[in-house]
Design a protein around this ligand. Sequence first.
Ligand code: SF4
Length: 331
Amino acid sequence: MATGLSATTPLVEARGLTKRFAPPARLTDMFRKERPHTHAVNKVDLTISRGESIGLLGESGCGKTTTGRLLLKLIEPSAGDILFDGTAVAGLAGPSLIDFRKRAQLVFQNPFDALNPRFTIERALAEPLVNTGVERATHRDRVEKALSQVRLPPLARFEGLFPHQLSGGQLQRIVLARALVLEPDFIVADEPVSMLDVSVRAGVLNVMREVRASLGLAALYISHDLALVRYVCSRTLVMYLGRIVEEGPTEDLLKSPLHPYTRALMKAVPVPRVDQSRDPLPIIGNVSDARGQPKGCSFRDRCPLAIARCADDEPALRSVAPGRRVACHLV
Ligand code: SF4
């Protein structure tokens, strides 16, 4: 796989990334020529630079997890392209795909699901190295190094232990160490602390933040939690029904949210805003049905500011200030 392109080449780039899922067949659908597909991800453009930490924010069901899985080639897109270090991910196979798997890692949401309960911690940590053909003589050193990076004791302390014998916080660090043994350049962390007790979340997030910064990793944090995104991400993308509706430097975006959906999300977190006219907005109901390709703005059913044009005219994601992009007719 090609590496070492110019430092200005984004490490990860998605263009027009789209994922449609066919709905489960129902009896009433049998006589329809075309069943509407769910657009889990819809024409998403994004870039992540080396060492950059990006937040992908939105409610459950907005397409965040699907976007992360597409970027890691765990599922295939319906349309669009993904470039990793300048190389199209779609064409990877054989050794180049294994190389990509080493360089782009997923940190799972639930540490209890991520680890095989029948594997010892030692075996779980070495498993990615075995699966990707890393020279066996290096395994022990790599595992010890990863354990120290996540501030866990040496491997000897885990000898003979199984996942159920560790705390949730320790397990999530083991899951992070398991990704780090492959010395990746990019990690996708999907709701990385949502399953943990509040009392241990800060510790795990601190470790993730320090590890990412010290190793210069690029990271995509998928979360519905504004406080988490604020703590670990320099730039944030807000997603609604598979589309990016707002993007900007995290502090700017939280202090001065522009899209009505972002303003609605703000209700959950007391961030001092610079412009009181952009205070939190109420929104109506739950995430809309993503089936079919509705005309107009995908947020219009829930938007308290919707105007007639919103029903027919889909707002483009456009630049409104340096580093800020918004998809709304009113901005
Ligand atoms: Fe609301 Fe219209 Fe803006 Fe969509 S385009 S967010 S419906 S005002």
